[in-house]
Write a new protein. Structure first.
Length: 298
């Protein structure tokens, strides 16, 4: 359990907006020593003005991560709580997304999380206690159309967290998964925009027949359906049942301060219903449900 003003430090990634920013503010208001980080410190200048400690931290840059952890340890001792929040959604058909973008998705959503965890674990182990919160997603337990690599990165976070939880329990360190459902943040806009990264494939192999396609792109209708779903979600499920950043931040604060936190916090009714349907329905029935919901081409 972490509580009390002047307590050991909390390090949070991805605080320029959304969940990370809201969590940093809520934990600071609870009296914790919070280090809010972002790739560009100008994006979190206002947080510094409100009394939070701020650092530059890019989860795709080894030196940046190392320097940030060392700065916290010099000033306030070993990191007591790490909140791995930085991440984004890459969307598009598997065939069309460039490998450079796929690697960047995993560097941000998974490998950066892993490396930062490695950097703080020695301090937690020596203190005999610590807490690591990995912000995953309902998308680490279900897969939605168009997000193959986003979901793969979040499934990796889930598996990593489950294994790590067993490894470090002996040192008094808790590992917690935060699994938001739809959230009203800029995430949707970034994910929808990434569809444009997916370019139409090249010509068919020699002797092959190119698939019929609108404007020469065999995935045009599929991408249009996935793109439309982002717009509908803002007005539909997200608009009516989606969480806010503050809702998720409240759960993060509960997990940070609880004497014995749960291993998983699945947040919001949409997430809970989709995860349940994915668990109980046969795979083909679940696929059929999603195809109808998204209006995917058959």
């Amino acid at each position: 359990m972490v509580s009390g003003r002047g307590s050991a430090p909390v390090l949070i990634t991805g605080c320029s907006s959304g969940i990370g920013r809201a969590a940093a503010l809520r934990l600071h208001e609870a009296g914790l020593t919070v280090y809010a980080t972002a790739r560009r410190t100008e994006a979190i200048t206002d947080l510094a003005g409100r009394g939070l400690r701020t650092l530059a931290l890019d989860v795709t840059d080894e030196q940046s991560m190392t320097q940030a952890v060392e700065a916290v340890e010099r000033a306030d001792g070993p990191v007591a709580v790490l909140v791995n929040n930085a991440g984004y959604g890459l969307y598009g058909p598997v065939e069309q997304l460039p490998m450079a973008e796929i690697r960047r998705q995993f560097e941000t959503n998974f490998f950066g999380l892993v490396r930062l965890t490695q950097l703080v674990l020695p301090g937690m182990r020596h203190r005999g206690r610590g807490r690591i919160l990995n912000v995953s997603s309902m998308g680490g337990r279900i897969t939605l159309p168009g997000g193959a690599f986003y979901h793969a990165s979040k499934y990796a976070v889930e598996a990593f967290s489950d294994a790590l939880r067993m490894e470090v329990a002996q040192f008094g360190t808790d590992v917690v998964l935060i699994e938001p459902g739809p959230v009203k943040t800029p995430w949707n806009d970034v994910a929808a925009a990434s569809l444009s990264t997916a370019a139409a494939p090249g010509p068919a192999p020699a002797g092959g027949q190119p698939a019929p396609a609108e404007d020469g792109d065999p995935y045009a209708a599929y991408k249009a359906a996935v793109g439309a779903s982002f717009g509908r979600s803002q007005e539909g499920l997200v608009g009516r049942f989606g969480s806010t950043s503050e809702d998720v931040a409240r759960v993060i604060a509960q997990a940070v301060t609880a004497r014995r936190p749960r291993a998983r916090y699945l947040i919001n009714p949409v997430a809970k219903s989709l995860v349940t349907m994915n668990r109980v329905l046969p795979a083909r029935a679940y696929d059929s449900l999603l195809r109808r919901q998204y209006g995917l081409p058959r």
